[in-house]
Design a protein around this ligand. Sequence first.
Ligand SMILES: NC(=O)c1ccc[n+]([C@@H]2O[C@H](COP(=O)([O-])OP(=O)(O)OC[C@H]3O[C@@H](n4cnc5c(N)ncnc54)[C@H](OP(=O)(O)O)[C@@H]3O)[C@@H](O)[C@H]2O)c1
Length: 168
Amino acid sequence: MNIKHRKLLSLVVAMDKNNLIGNKNTIPWKIPGELKRFREITMGNPIIMGRKTHESIGRILDGRENVVLTRNNSYKKLGVSIYNDFSLLLDNYRDTNELFVIGGSEIYKLALPLANKLYITHIHKEYTGDAWFPNIDFSDWNVIEKEDIGESRHIVSHSFTIYERINE
Ligand SMILES: NC(=O)c1ccc[n+]([C@@H]2O[C@H](COP(=O)([O-])OP(=O)(O)OC[C@H]3O[C@@H](n4cnc5c(N)ncnc54)[C@H](OP(=O)(O)O)[C@@H]3O)[C@@H](O)[C@H]2O)c1
């Protein structure tokens, strides 16, 4: 039996029409169901985030190893794994089946060239903000799952899309 076993580096993000992801260290929108979905996708797996995203979340996300990147080598937080070097982090988690990068902008930039799976909530609207996801060359990616959610009274139209990298 030939089972191809592959470790995944996955990015999870919600972005507007212009790749905007944040404003003043917060998320510019509220999408019902989005947090629940994020929790389901990442549950049980390590989640990698930048120090700013960690502090903007303001707590440890349960059921997942919270891994924070900072250049400050005296940064300490109870219950959080701290790394100063992204390559060392990736090396230490090389046997993890699926490693999730959850933002923000600086950490997505580091991780996108190495990622093989993207979970993107595309929000079909434009917002104002100051943090963006890097440009994605969609010719490198195949859509493997897509769910469109239309606009309604409390919901902005969005599409939950999963991509896999082509020709690795
Ligand atoms: N829409 C979404 O899905 C989503 C998801 C996550 C975050 N966000 C938003 O994104 C924004 C935050 O993004 P951001 O880019 O400002 O901050 P960030 O990526 O969360 O964190 C940046 C910090 O990470 C550390 N860092 C960056 N590169 C590093 C490297 N090569 N080695 C070690 N440490 C490194 C530095 O920490 P030190 O300064 O401590 O050295 C840096 O200040 C917020 O608005 C947040 O709400 C949105």
